[in-house]
Design a protein around this ligand. Structure first.
Ligand SMILES: *Cc1c(COP(=O)(O)O)cnc(C)c1O
Length: 507
């Protein structure tokens, strides 16, 4: 037996793959090699290689791994270049204007490298020590920015979806506890919960519905409220919706105002909604996944007036503070409300060892093992600074405005709305007597063609069932000229489409 154990170790030559004091030079070497490939990635000329899905699928063989054929760092990097880095989407490229992915700042990358290498898990003090203090400091900073009271608190999450999940969970359990004396955490579902209704605008993020389903309440628990012509929730429609649900025998438990809708960047009237929430004694959540970062901008922070009254707030640093994924927070106005999720595990954070000086962040999180995501934001705040972050956001807002003014009188385009943040939703529309279905086809073609050829990545969305194109601008190093080049490509692609279709029609 002993012999075979011994031989097992002899076969294993890879102990130097661990990050420790003996492998320091190897670590340096790996990082240095990796940097060469990353700088190669930055030199990719377009935002995407334009490889088709079948071309990428044909590389599947080299995707696989087998223990008989492990390779060197050089070989692995060469393979990953061919498989991934050559085809990864460059969010920092000026031709990428599709989704809410931001280019990342260098200080954040330093923080992420440290966080990954040291591998701190922030859930308990004994694993995290001062990393806990750093996360709490960053949370305190954003709570203060949002003008939340002293009782406020928060935690880093995986993203806006998870933060919105926590908002719904806390709203539900708080209402059940306060008004029905129910402890859902201990006892689980109660029939009255089937009547709980949570309100948001029809332009709110889909994660609210999805989360209601995950919480066992179903999509039906989310009541969507009409928006005005600027895509903002109509407060009177909110009141009507609450009254209507009450008449139906249902129970209003909360409302989510969106601070920066995903498509239009529109802000619901936060203060008015806060007042309504207070009148009805319901939970007031603000989904600021996109617009929350604009609290740092002089030109926009007034749109966030009303955050002080929130029971909870979602903010995504990986959207508008130039952080690598994941970096996001869930904030509460009153830290006591974390009691609905806190759990005391004998092996991690036994209640009898609770100590104010050595907090266990697990008591505020739905995750257990959790990355030290606050570190990259800490580096960013230290080195880039909040004023500069705010000015980056102003820059992308003015880019969106510039683009709006550049094409608003162009007969080729129909624009939905003047941008409030940094998105522009519009569609190509240049034929006489056009039917929506034809416009849908041409706009979809434009989007797909520009992506497939690696020329530009733009998003599409639907408005009243029809396809519109969307620019999401989060890159402060882009210029209006960059954007106008994409506009030119859109027109060119539309013209080609028209010529081809007319030919096809003639035949
Ligand atoms: C992006 C977004 C979310 C979801 O955030 P993730 O970080 O992608 O999970 C939620 N709400 C709004 C308004 C968003 O724009």
């Amino acid at each position: 037996m002993q012999v075979s154990t011994q031989s097992h170790f002899i076969q294993d030559q890879k102990l130097d793959h661990f990050f420790n004091q003996k492998t320091k030079f190897k670590y340096d070497y790996y990082i240095e090699k990796t940097m060469q490939y990353l700088s190669g990635f930055l030199d990719n000329s377009s935002f995407y290689s334009g490889a088709s899905a079948s071309q990428l699928n044909s590389k599947k063989k080299s995707l696989s791994f087998s223990n008989d054929e492990t390779c060197s760092i050089e070989d692995a990097l060469e393979q990953i270049k061919d498989l991934y880095l050559d085809h990864a989407i460059s969010f920092q490229h000026p031709r990428y204007v599709a989704h809410l992915n931001c280019p990342v700042v260098l200080p954040a990358l330093v923080g992420d490298l440290i966080a990954s290498s040291v591998n701190t898990a922030v859930e308990t003090w004994d694993q995290s020590t001062s990393a806990t203090l750093i996360e709490q400091e960053v949370i305190r900073w954003i709570c203060d920015k949002m003008n939340l009271p002293k009782s406020a608190d928060g935690v880093f999450t995986s993203g806006g979806t998870q933060s919105n999940f926590m908002a719904l969970l806390l709203a539900r359990d708080h209402y059940a506890f306060t008004y029905f004396g129910l402890n859902l955490k201990e006892n689980g579902w109660s029939d009255v919960v089937s009547k709980f209704r949570f309100f948001c605008s029809e332009k709110a993020h889909f994660s609210l519905k999805k989360n209601a389903a995950l919480l066992g309440m179903g999509y039906k628990a989310i009541i969507t409220v009409a928006t005005d012509e600027k895509m903002k929730m109509k407060p009177e429609a909110l009141v009507q919706a609450i009254e209507r649900e009450k008449q139906l025998g249902n129970i209003a438990i909360g409302v989510a105002a969106t601070a920066g809708t995903t498509d239009f960047g529109s802000f619901d009237p936060l203060q008015t909604i806060a007042k309504i929430a207070k009148e009805y004694n319901i939970w007031y959540h603000i989904d600021g996944a996109y617009g929350g970062g604009y609290i740092l901008s002089e030109t926009h922070k007034h749109l966030l007036d009303g955050t002080a009254l929130a029971d909870s707030i979602t903010i995504d640093f990986h959207k508008t503070m130039f952080q690598p994924v994941c970096s996001s927070a869930f904030l509460v106005g009153d830290t006591q409300n974390f009691k609905y999720i806190s759990h005391y595990a004998d092996y991690l954070n036994p209640l009898e060892h609770r100590n104010e000086d050595c907090p266990n962040l697990i008591e505020k999180s739905i995750q257990t093992t959790r990355r030290f995501d606050a570190l990259k934001l800490w580096f960013t705040l230290k080195m880039t600074g909040e004023k500069q972050l705010g000015s980056f956001l102003e820059k992308v807002h003015y880019l969106a405005l510039d683009l709006y003014h550049s094409i608003k009188d162009d007969t080729c385009f129909e624009i939905v709305l003047k941008p409030e943040l940094s998105t522009l939703v519009f569609r190509y529309k240049n034929y006489e007597h056009q039917h929506n279905s034809k416009l849908d086809r041409i706009n979809l073609h434009i989007k797909n063609k520009l992506f497939a050829t690696g020329q530009a990545s733009i998003a599409s969305t639907k408005l009243d069932g029809n396809i519109f194109l969307k620019f999401t601008l989060l890159n402060p190093t882009s210029t209006i000229e960059d954007l106008l080049e994409i506009i030119y490509l859109i027109k060119e692609t539309a013209n080609e489409y028209k010529i081809q279709n007319e030919k096809a029609y003639a035949h």
